[in-house]
Write a protein that binds this ligand. Sequence first.
Ligand code: MRU
Length: 367
Amino acid sequence: MLVNGHPTQSIRIDESTGQVFVIDQRRLPFDFTELELKTASEAFGAIRDMAVRGAPLIGVTAAVGFYLGLKDYQETEDMQQYLDNLAAMLKSARPTAVNLEYAVNRVFRVLQGVPRDSLTRLAFEEAGRMYGEELERSRNIGLHGLKLIQEIHDRKNGGTVNVLTHCNAGWLACIDYGTALAPVYEAWNLGIPVHVWVDETRPRNQGARLTAWELKQHGVPCTLITDNAGGHMMQQGKVDLVIVGTDRTAMNGDVVNKIGTYLKALAAFDNNIPFYVAAPSTSIDPSLSNGNDIVIEERDGNEIRFIEGIRSGKTESVRICPVHTAVSNPGFDLTPARLISGLITERGVCSASKEGILGLFEEWREK
Ligand code: MRU
């Protein structure tokens, strides 16, 4: 999508030099800078410290991190041990998004039993493939989700479609296009009038800092609202459709996504508003029958106690509560399948249920 009028992606892999660059999302929207990732530890740090965010991007960054880690492999080290340690290190960066495990396991598998001198090349090629596939998934989610927007647009006799979203599930969270925002970009690019209600998404404000920024950069009309305002907007008839992303979806259709998603699903349910989850297959965990056991990341309490903003061109962090206030900061929550109208996947839209998912992903059917 566009940044200052130029097509931009959240991660760049230079085919000829093997260099990897990511946008430092901790500095947006105040500053647009790229970070070069040179080692596996830097890729690990970028995921853990949230320079890169969003399940699909986390996965691709981890795959690239595997390749970077192999560049530091010394002939004297035990190769299998080295691969095991690298995989374990990268997987431990953050617990909730299943994309991370998926990506690391996939590169790890490709490297089993291959000659030492091909390891780096094969890891680079696999990471590149995963980058391309993730891009394709987003594109297809956009095309399938577009039909939902088109239907509402037709029903409203050509009126603007108001989509509410939570957190950042746009191109910054993926490679390009996004998951939840992919249908919005697709509609906008086709000239269908869309407007996005952007939840600020406390405490890290991914909505205010990332979603509002990327939509504005691409020219899509959007309005920032507090996390508490969504229910009210729905009651007022100002929301036609909710689309959110997912960090891990279980086989029964339970969805774990950024904290606050559940409340939006409840409000949408009460107001009879379609609530869709854009779920690439890399965010679905075929090993989980339901979402109850998904590990919810507990994040640093200072994310709640302090808030970051900009004043006179300088970013500042200010405390917003009494000193040493006790806080609890779960990063994600679980939205039960019964509150979800459907999953928008790269293969089509299905019900948030085992039958729905298996209908599109036959390969996960137990043999
Ligand atoms: O900033 P994060 O990495 O903690 O936020 C995660 C997300 O971006 C979301 O939960 C998102 O809605 C699903 S990933 C497209």
